[in-house]
Design a protein around this ligand. Structure first.
Ligand code: ASP
Length: 321
């Protein structure tokens, strides 16, 4: 019997068209809806236009809608897999939120496009077909949410958009893609050592801010955040996880206010480590109580912190990073 897949459209360039003035915009009619017949796959497809927003408009409420729709589709409607179409600007964030928070084992593949439906070399339909093949594959089960773009499969945890316009924009720094989609095959060649799930019921908003470090960064923003009692701060630190001395009083104010501070690196590859023993060096930051991460980007660490702050945790927060 053919597998039953649900395609959930949320908007983005994959659902847009180019006008005569060369500008790309959404329309009431999603061009993908009528184009599904052109695809080549053995699935029984159902589709819904759940949202129709450019992905910079995505909110936590949208994530909740997606999560509930997917869980209902799997638990009550027996879908064998889910495909999501999404704008690429924030695709990696939606993918990682669902990766952490979804309570399902069926394949969930998310895709988008860099060129809208009527542009030369439009990549939407081929990406959608690849995502369907990934969602159909038994091997895609228990792998969390998979980002499928440009014939590659990436784990949601580490994938990121690396180019503003190129169709090969999605990459997984440090590790590379976990699989490939050929004309009719899905091939995996890497697995994560750990698939993490925090199946929360509801994501309530928390004031978790993301700040980037730079030469002679001062404490201005960090002090404001401490004063306003935000719920958490992620800092994109320098190199392996170091900060300029000029921002350390702000860091201390956050820690004194018992605000969790999570450190990622602004470097594109590698992980943060408490290597350096100088003022602002990783060793001292870790001793102060800053939480170090292993390869997460700033935007992903922020989502993880949001999700963890929505849980009752058995262990100290740092143990989950
Ligand atoms: N700005 C668009 C969006 O994220 C880009 C895209 O979909 O490729 O909605």
């Amino acid at each position: 019997m053919a597998k039953k897949l649900l395609i959930l459209h949320t908007g983005g360039t994959i659902s847009m068209s180019e006008g005569e003035d060369g500008k790309v915009s959404p329309s009431d009619k999603n061009p993908l809806v009528a184009a599904l017949d052109k695809l080549n796959h053995p699935a029984k497809l159902y589709q819904e236009s759940l949202l129709n927003v450019p992905s910079p408009h995505i909110t936590l409420d949208h994530w909740q809608i997606l999560k509930e729709r997917i869980e209902h589709a799997v638990q009550a409607e027996q879908f064998d897999g889910i495909v999501i179409t999404h704008g690429t600007d924030t695709l990696e964030e939606t993918a990682y939120f669902l990766d952490l928070a979804l309570n399902t084992k069926v394949p969930v593949a998310i895709t988008g496009a860099m060129r809208s439906s009527n542009e030369l070399g439009a990549d939407g339909l081929i990406n959608l077909q690849s995502a369907i093949l990934v969602a159909l594959s038994d091997e895609s089960q228990n792998k969390g949410v998979l980002v499928v773009m440009n014939d590659e499969i990436h784990h949601a945890k580490f994938v990121t958009k690396t180019h503003t316009t190129n169709v090969a924009t999605f990459q997984t720094p440090t590790f590379g893609p976990c699989g490939l989609v050929t004309k009719n095959q899905v091939i995996y060649f890497q697995h994560l050592s750990q698939y993490e799930h925090f199946p929360i019921e509801r994501l309530t908003k928390r004031n978790v801010q993301l700040v980037k470090a730079y030469v002679e960064m001062d404490s201005f923003l960090l002090e404001q955040l401490a004063q306003h009692q935000c719920d958490g701060v992620v800092i994109e630190a320098l190199g392996a996880g170091n900060l300029p001395p000029s921002c350390l009083s702000g860091v201390q104010k956050l820690l004194d206010a018992k605000i969790p501070v999570v450190l990622v690196s602004r470097a594109f590859n590698g992980i943060t480590q408490d290597v350096y023993d100088y003022l602002g060096g990783g060793k001292q930051l870790k001793q102060q109580g800053i939480i170090f991460t292993k390869g997460l980007s700033g935007q992903k660490a922020r989502i993880k912190l949001l999700v963890l702050l929505n849980q009752s945790l058995a262990q100290p927060l740092a143990n989950y990073f």
